[in-house]
Ligand binder design. Sequence first.
Ligand code: DAH
Length: 339
Amino acid sequence: MNIEDLSKELSLVHIQNQTELEQFRIRFLGSKNVLKDLYAALKDIPNEHKRAYGQQVNELKQQAEAIFAASKAALSVSDNQTQKDDLTKPPADPHVGSHHPLSLIRREIIEIFNRIGFVVSEGPEIEDDWHNFSALNFPPEHPARDMQDTFFIEKGEQEWALRTHTSSVQVRVMEQQQPPIRTISPGRVYRNEAISARAHCFFHQVEGLYIDQNVSFADLKQTLLFFAQELFGEQTQIRLRPSYFPFTEPSAEVDVSCSLCAGKGCNVCKYTGWLEIMGCGMVDPNVLESCGIDAEKYSGFAFGMGVERIAQLKYRVTDLRLYSENDLRFLKQFTAGVS
Ligand code: DAH
């Protein structure tokens, strides 16, 4: 190869891809490049021509270096361009959002009761005294009506309140529908409480109601056992402790066996082996009659649970405030539930 041929070759070169770029580098700039022969031939050139010859070879080398640098730069730009234009390429950070933990639990509860024929019903968050208290057999002087617990709203003649529980939806359903009734009512409720890790001025409940002929306490117990085992696992046991609610008679608190220690006792269940999850009972005949349902003919059960409480047990959330602070560090932990 002489200077002229190589100069011509360089003037025609057109590098189109990375392979050609590498071939070019090996040929002109690699450890055994073609210019080395030209440099080696320098010793045979007559002295008076050495200077001009050397200069020409140097120029070839500079030209080759310039072509290499320019082609390399052009190819990297076009590589980026191709990447940018590839619409099928997944984005670097798809940034998948997540459902709120309370939505996940609410959905799970609804799905479980759907399987045994319960349908969802909803009611307003701003309620009147009748639906929140009176129809549910609250005596006029009952402490739950006290200013400490209820947010009252003054609007015109009538006094309104933010519902303190989703039991108000039971009343609305029974007023509108005759048995058989099988419904669950998820929703937000409000209490006039100081906000702390263990209490909040709003939270979420799911209410359940089953009214038909010959509904017994055994039906209630079996329904709740089914629910507990679906939610916390097959091994789960329940126990009912006598309690009092104005709208049910008899009434009970429902405990589930602690899924963490399998009932042996741990700090979550305070070494009792049991966790309280809801209230329940047989709907008081007074409530049925208030809602226009014949208490001689029909009977039924009701139950109500806190969604935060269930989420606390399933996800080990110890501070209620986390649910409404919108802290991404908290919320991002629930991406596994995205579907
Ligand atoms: N409404 C009750 C509360 O907010 C929960 C409740 C208890 C609902 C017993 C019921 C029930 O339907 O039968 O504390």
